[in-house]
Design a protein around this ligand. Structure first.
Ligand code: OGA
Ligand code: MN
Length: 284
């Protein structure tokens, strides 16, 4: 069992921490789970180095933090449907080289996700995370006043278009069901974190299509500004993966970006996605 104390080293003021003193593949006890959740609230993404973990152990680890989501489109690990396999190479280029928050097309998007590096290219393939809380706090007061209480539409089709995800007859069957199961959803543009109570920006280029209270032209202009603002380096951390590294992020007020600079080499990542709750905005 894990008996050593957790060590947590911040990687910057806004986001990111390196965590040691826990062996993820052995499972986490209640005390470790609470300590990890507290660290997640403070740092938004946690990195664990050199902890190779198989699909079953990764599922068991993630399940300690909540129910797991089964993705409607992405490939699954054999016999472990809760684990998404992101296996990218020349023949299957990555689709996550954009700033996004996972599964915001759901009425209740993920609370968090755990990603493990299974096979890495010789160079490149870093992942970046950005804090929606830091982004929100850096906006001017007039912008914050305007945005508070607005709602945005999040659309599955923006990141999962048919031309990319319904290419074979088998894919088409799965994709058609995914599409009809996931109509566009509205979420607050400014979200209150359900645990910390902090406010953060909750729009992402991957899924957000429009702010419904604004005209089309206003919405386009505001979203363009918010997408650019949310990705400012001040709000980000960049992780250079080593084999066996694991990242655990709070998906409620963060975005991430997988750099696609390693093709034609191959890169394989496994993701477990922890179910979250319905986003809300509660004024300060
Ligand atoms: C994800 C994702 C990033 C990466 O798993 O949700 O976007 O670096 N992955 O593979
Ligand atoms: Mn993602």
């Amino acid at each position: 069992m894990n008996r050593s104390t957790l060590t947590i080293e911040a990687l910057g003021p806004a986001i990111g921490a390196r965590v040691g003193g826990v062996s993820l593949a052995d499972g986490v006890d209640d005390g470790q789970r609470d300590a990890l959740l507290a660290a997640l609230l403070k740092h938004h993404v946690l990195f664990f180095e050199g902890q190779p973990i198989g699909p079953q152990a990764q599922r068991a680890l993630a399940a300690r933090f909540g129910d797991l989501h089964i993705h409607p489109v992405y490939p699954q690990a054999p016999g472990v449907p809760e684990i998404i396999v992101l296996d990218t190479s020349h023949d299957n280029p990555p689709d996550n080289d954009n700033w996004h928050t996972d599964v915001t097309f759901l009425a209740a998007p993920a609370m968090g996700a755990i990603l493990s590096a299974q096979l890495l290219p010789p160079g490149g393939g870093d992942t970046l995370w950005a804090s929606g809380i830091a982004a929100w706090e850096a906006l001017s007061k007039p912008w914050r006043t305007m945005l508070a209480g607005l709602n945005a539409e999040h659309d599955f089709l923006k990141s999962f278009p048919a031309h990319r995800f319904a290419r074979t007859p088998e894919e088409k069957v799965r994709w058609e069901k995914a599409r009809s199961d996931h109509p566009p959803r509205l979420h607050p543009v400014v979200r209150t974190h359900p645990v910390s109570g902090r406010q953060g920006l909750f729009v992402n280029e991957g899924f957000t299509t429009r702010i419904v209270e604004l005209s089309a032209g206003e919405s386009d202009a505001v979203l363009r500004q918010l997408f650019a603002h949310g990705a400012r380096p001040e709000f980000t951390v960049r992780w250079r993966w080593k084999l066996g590294d694991v990242a655990f992020w709070d998906n409620r007020l963060t975005q991430h970006y997988a750099t696609a600079d390693y093709l034609p080499a191959r890169r394989v990542m496994h993701r477990a996605t922890i179910v979250g709750d319905v986003p809300f905005y509660r004024p300060d």
